[in-house]
Design a protein around this ligand. Structure first.
Ligand code: 5RP
Length: 237
């Protein structure tokens, strides 16, 4: 019994170490991205646990005149609590920079986003930014994209939409803040551009979590050896 208890403790320690390493990597990527923030910038803020490290890192920079647009109510709340000024996106117009996490990043720079169901707003904010920076821990860098690919669907006729998208399923989470249903496409990804086109062309799809390399300026992936910087296909003007 004693030895099986020890094994369980070892397993727990190993899994905690993994978790902490992942969090350290997210923090390292977030801190590297926060260094890109300068006085007076209009900044798009993503959603998720990596962004939870970014917000205090931006606040700690002490930049003046920052104006932020948030991709979710959770990010908006957390940013405000740290003293960051959050405005409606339409009030800010073009953003100087947007920073967000990702669920998967492939070698060509395609992203899967929307693990938190915020991908529709995240894509709008990313597209509003002159520079879109993605931050992630090393586990997010994959050789090949795999399902699930997050979706936001209109409520009207959603069962028909799911049939058209098959295999796809609703996710058991709250609606998006814009009233959309969060779902996942569960089939193979294959050619990401073809799948993105198919998902976009399906009636009832508000948006999907595939982000093309042309949307992304810079990817910062933190691993054990430091922060790797990958150039995206979008110029960093
Ligand atoms: C939320 C997202 C997140 O950026 C993505 O899910 C990564 O999240 P995390 O930083 O918690 O791993 O797209 O919709």
């Amino acid at each position: 019994m004693a030895s099986s208890g020890a094994t369980e403790r070892q397993r727990q320690a190993l899994s905690n170490a993994g978790t902490n390493a992942g969090e350290d990597q997210k923090r390292a990527a977030a801190v590297a991205a926060a260094e890109l923030i300068e006085d007076g910038m209009r900044v798009g803020l993503g959603t998720g646990s990596t962004i939870a490290h970014l917000l205090p890192a931006i606040a700690a920079r002490g930049c003046t005149g920052l104006r932020c647009a948030a991709t979710s109510p959770a990010t908006e709340r957390a940013a405000r609590e740290l003293g960051l000024a959050v405005h409606p996106l339409d009030e800010l117009g073009e953003l100087d920079i947007a920073i967000d996490g990702a669920d998967q990043i492939d070698p060509q720079g395609w992203l899967v986003k929307g693990g938190g169901g915020a991908h529709t707003r995240e894509k709008i904010v990313a597209a509003a930014a002159r520079r879109f920076v993605v931050i992630a821990s090393a586990e997010k860098a994959v050789r090949e994209l795999a399902p699930p690919v997050p979706l936001e669907l209109l409520r009207f006729g959603v069962q028909r939409t799911l049939l058209l998208l098959s295999p796809a399923a609703l996710r058991d989470v709250k609606d998006s803040p814009d009233g959309g249903l969060i779902a996942d496409y569960l089939g193979p990804v294959g050619n990401a551009r073809e799948l993105a086109a198919r998902l976009s062309a399906t009636p009832g799809v508000v948006d999907h979590g595939l982000f093309a390399p042309e949307m992304v300026s810079t990817i910062l992936i933190a691993g054990d050896g430091g922060v790797e910087r990958r150039a995206g296909a979008k110029p960093s003007s």
